[in-house]
Design a protein around this ligand. Structure first.
Ligand code: SF4
Ligand code: SF4
Length: 424
């Protein structure tokens, strides 16, 4: 069995066992055991919410460093569209790209450029006969993993389109080989500059049978501090950027959905809202829609935990930058509009075990479900977290699965001790 490699880790020495994170984990993946947090690898979707809420910085994202790129002869940067929203008073995207060359990259391939092509093909995908509607975006890796673990019945609705990061990586590599025939594929290193740890997990683990074309993921935070010292203030800078408003728009919630040029869409952001929308889709309680864009972070990728700027300020900055851009700089040629190129598609979704499945068979799962309900009805129902589980229901599940003991419930234990004293 392949082990899923996560990008959100716990620093046990900093964890006080305060229980803050267990209340914010959307998949109930954290428990407090022996005084500190423990993450269940099968349930964790690398959303980074626990990093956001931990008051002691005990949770951290594991990303690469720029020096890791030194092993390659030809280094390519893939800046996420959200990178452009991080800088005070930035008036021109070209300053960021110029800065990336100055910090040591040999080429820059904007993910926003690839996003414009993905948008163009998404419009074709939506017109393809037989696709399950509403089509759900595949761009946010947290949402993809969440669907696989918690909403597997919606897997058919996921668009089989690679996210812009992957399309950019493939094309950047191809461009390098075309321009520099002396290079071999292994000489080329592709580095994604990421707003979130989930992208790093995607690169490490691939997706279904698909292996990522990205070699390193480094955080926007790390690159930001390198860039501000190098970015030019000169207005006569070369014209380097190859993106328009559509590509930059992908950095914020709603940007991908508006680029389908069809009003019949829904865009939701923030993990709680995402779960709510997926619940509604699963139960059929939404009106007919063509497309659903979901971003785990509030505001979209600008709200990722590896960014430096407040998401709402970053969004406002991007709004200003977009004003001076053409709608798109990347459109499909007429001969490309007949079908979707294989460069953009993935075949199979990952085969995760749904976390809602309790046992190895339906009968066993139903029995365990009944046991959980019965036990839960006897618990105090105040979701205090003192047992180390986020809710009384989660605690009941842990007990039924033999992952916790009933006496771990402090209230039940105190009541039992009192009863035995009273009976003496
Ligand atoms: S929030 Fe979680 S990881 Fe952070 S100190 Fe508290 S229990 Fe530990
Ligand atoms: S990264 Fe998200 S899913 Fe994983 S433990 Fe933290 S809050 Fe839970």
């Amino acid at each position: 069995m392949t082990v899923y490699e996560h990008s959100v880790l716990l620093d046990e020495s900093k964890c006080t066992g305060c229980t803050t994170c267990i209340k914010h984990c959307p998949t109930e993946a954290i428990r407090i055991k022996n005084g500190h947090a423990v993450i269940d690898s099968e349930r964790c979707i690398d959303c980074g919410e626990c990093i956001r809420y931990c008051p002691h910085q005990a949770k951290r994202a594991v990303c690469g460093t720029i020096s890791n790129m030194d092993r390659f002869k030809w280094k390519i940067a893939l800046p996420a569209p959200s990178l452009y929203g991080q800088f005070d008073n930035l008036e021109d995207l070209n300053h960021v790209i110029d800065g990336l060359y100055k910090i040591g990259f040999d080429d820059v391939y904007e993910v926003a450029k690839a996003a414009e092509l993905v948008s163009a093909y998404t419009r074709i995908y939506l017109q393809t006969e037989g696709v399950a509607k509403p089509v759900i975006s595949s761009a946010c890796p947290v949402v993809m993993r969440l669907i696989s673990l918690r909403f597997p019945s919606l897997a058919d609705n996921i668009i089989h389109m690679l996210p812009p990061m992957e399309v950019a990586a493939k094309f950047a590599r191809r461009r390098a080989l075309e321009k520099h025939p002396e290079l071999k594929d292994e000489d080329i290193g592709v580095c994604f500059i990421s707003p979130c740890p989930a992208k790093a997990s995607y690169v490490k683990n691939g997706f279904g049978d698909y292996k990522s074309a990205v070699d390193e993921v480094i955080s926007i935070k790390d690159v930001y501090f390198l860039l501000i010292g190098k970015m030019s203030q000169d207005n006569n800078i070369d014209f380097l950027s190859e993106t328009g408003r559509i590509g930059i728009g992908w950095a914020r919630s709603g940007g991908e959905a508006t680029a389908i040029f069809n009003e019949n869409y829904l865009a939701a952001d923030g993990i709680e809202n995402v779960i709510h929308v997926l619940d509604l889709v699963e139960t059929g309680n939404i009106p007919p829609l063509e497309f659903i864009e979901l971003n785990a972070c509030t505001g979209g990728c600008v709200g990722g935990v590896l960014t430096v700027q407040n998401p709402f300020i970053a969004k406002a900055r991007l709004q200003t930058l977009r004003r001076y851009l053409p709608i798109s700089q990347n459109t499909l040629l007429p001969e490309e509009q007949n079908y979707i190129s294989a460069d953009y598609l993935f075949e199979d979704l990952p085969n995760y075990k749904p976390i809602t499945r309790l046992g190895n068979s339906l009968a066993e799962s139903m029995r365990m479900m009944a046991d959980i309900q019965k036990l839960k009805s006897t618990l105090p129902g105040i979701d205090c977290g003192a047992c180390g589980a986020p809710t009384c229901r989660a605690f009941a599940e842990d007990v039924v699965k033999n992952n916790a003991r009933l006496e771990d419930c402090r209230i039940m234990k105190t009541a039992a001790e009192q009863d035995s004293k009273d009976s003496l």
